[in-house]
Design a protein around this ligand. Structure first.
Ligand code: PGA
Length: 249
């Protein structure tokens, strides 16, 4: 059993999601995996409506840590729970890079998500420049330490290792490189050790993210400490996401 978490990013209206889900449910009868889709806020209700038919768990891509206040445009954990959301991505590299999210802010989000009963998918990962400079593990250490400061709840936490250089650009003519098996295993084992040290015995799943798709999933899912995938581009194509949802050993 693996976790297949789709990240739709800035894609799909309710109507488009309905088309996707109608196609998906014809292709996936009874997934042996835990399947989640993290959708835009406006598409959450459509996704939740299809949970019974598709088995797909409703996820969001972001939240604000405050429970109320003068934060125009924001949505909090309580609102997500009320919208039948069960899982939320926090600290995605796009939010860190484009919207300036710091580890400290991501830390508040992890706590706010968990306090409301949501599972937080914490994303960590290095840029290509950081990898080339030999800083991969120190970056992971800093992000994990900062984002998980004071977090004690291992139950509502998943971690996604997403090397930023492997995340797809959305341009089919510019495919991103995929890390080698060794690179994935080294990063996942580093994260596993960090989590064991902070949480003691824990079953925190570690997902791989960055151009994961039906062609490379067999290789990736065989690697030690890879408990699933965070899937961007491939989660937008029903056939591809269905193939991943149907994955089994
Ligand atoms: P990708 O995105 O699968 O398109 O590379 C993964 C992500 O950014 O979560």
């Amino acid at each position: 059993m693996k976790i297949m978490a789709g990240n739709w990013k800035l894609n799909f209206t309710g109507t488009e999601a309905t088309e996707f889900l109608t196609q998906y449910k014809k292709l996936v009868k009874d997934s042996p995996n835990k399947v989640v889709i993290c959708a835009p806020f406006t598409t959450l209700s459509t996704l939740a409506r299809y949970k019974k038919e598709t088995g797909i768990i409703t996820g969001a891509q972001n939240l604000h840590p405050a429970l109320k206040g003068t934060f125009t445009g924001e949505v909090n954990a309580k609102m997500l729970v009320d919208s039948k959301v069960e899982v939320v991505i926090v600290g995605h590299s796009e939010r860190r890079a484009i919207f300036g999210e710091t580890d400290e802010f991501v830390n508040q989000k992890v706590k706010a998500a968990q306090e409301s009963g949501l599972i937080a998918i914490l994303c960590v990962g290095e840029t290509s420049a950081e990898r080339e400079a030999g800083e991969t593990f120190s970056i992971l250490q800093t992000q994990l330490e900062g984002s998980l400061k004071g977090v004690t709840n291992a139950k509502n936490l998943w971690v996604a290792y997403e090397p930023i250089w492997a995340i797809s650009t959305g341009d089919p003519n510019k495919p991103s490189p995929i890390p080698t098996d060794v690179e994935i295993m080294e990063a996942h084992s580093f994260i596993r050790k960090f989590l064991d040290k902070q949480f003691g015995k824990n079953g925190i799943p570690i997902l791989y993210g960055g151009s994961a798709n039906p062609n490379n999933m067999n290789t990736i899912f065989k690697l030690k400490n890879v408990d699933g995938a965070l899937i961007g581009g491939a989660s937008l194509v029903a056939e591809k996401f269905a193939a991943m949802a149907n994955w089994h050993e």
